[in-house]
Design a protein around this ligand. Sequence first.
Ligand code: NDP
Ligand code: MG
Length: 383
Amino acid sequence: MKKIIILGSTGSIGTNALEVIRKAKDKFQVIGISGHKNYKLLMEQIEEFKPKYVSTGSDEGYHIIKERFPEVEVYFGDEGLKNLATKEEYDILLTAVSGAVGIEATVEGIKKGKRIALANKETMVAAGPYINRLLKENPKAEIVPVDSEHSAIFQSMLGGKKDEVRKIIITASGGTFRGKKIEELKDVSVEQALKHPNWSMGKKITIDSSTLVNKGLEVIEAHELFGVSYEDIEVLVHPQSVIHSMVEFKDRAVIAQLGAPDMKLPIQYAFTYPDRMESLALEPLDFTKFSTLTFEKPDHETFKGISLAFKAGRIRKTMPAVLNAANEVAVELFLKGKIKFLTIYEIIERAMERHIPLEIDGVEIIKKVDKETREWVYLHYAR
Ligand code: NDP
Ligand code: MG
């Protein structure tokens, strides 16, 4: 029986994870969950999964949960996430909160020597060099990626040795606006940007998919997770989202992982690795439904998300944290109707231009840069 703590249990990844667990209750036990504002769903999850520990970001929710579930240890806010991650008696920490708020809890999980099932890509993007150092210092800890591309790369890597890898090919659906040109993107609405062709995900990451910033973040995430240089990472648009990513080895063998576009697969794999378990939540992939699989180069002129990320990633230090923070606020402002779609790129570019990159010696510096960047974006764009 594996004991699991889920940070962000009320989100898209969180609820998919609970679906995996619901179908395999003899294998997995949820001992902790956290939500932010949606405490009603959190309470339904407490009733069903009976966790020992719960954290919420809602004031009202905190009091109601404490009263309704006296047997549960209830925590609050960012500290609450850390409190869950520092528990002794769990095996796997699934970090599925959205945004940079996931970093500190992940750090605590690594220090505890746990397996981190990592969905929160912001962690490797903003804090990659620091996380990698912590992993070296805590050899019992390990990260098994949940992001579908990185799960695919992780699985494909098992086809050879690390020094035999020639390159990583990260696939991208191309997002909602694939094929569109800058002129056509000037006035797109929030509703249009939220329509993802293949995946059903949280709002933030869906917008990131339409700007291709998500793919950019994934390039940095891949570099930090797998130690492959930026020259050896390629992004390939593959609109059907059947091949989740590939690894090319020295002998030109390309190993790929394929599957339906459903996060339950990489979530389950991060729970069961190095084993595989019968999927009780997924149908087999029906190849006859995909008579053509197509590939094309990304349009970097229109969708600057990937090139901005390569730039930030190569500078490394705190630059990816700036890209991430600027993008988070930009997406929030776009969702609120305060800025236009293409202004997201402008905000990231300007935030990066004004930043002098610093060495990352701990979480504090990331928090400082993150905060400064957010304040600058709000000051200049949140009218
Ligand atoms: P959602 O927006 O659906 O869920 C986010 C979760 O985090 C919710 O439980 C939310 O709580 C909680 N949360 C939000 N803000 C805070 C905060 N400030 N403090 C604590 N908790 C907070 O996001 P997704 O599930 O889509 O994504 C989660 C992470 O996984 C992201 O980093 C994303 O990039 C990554 N990811 C997601 C994929 C997907 O398919 N969805 C694919 C690959 C990676 P509440 O709802 O209660 O307010
Ligand atoms: Mg992904």
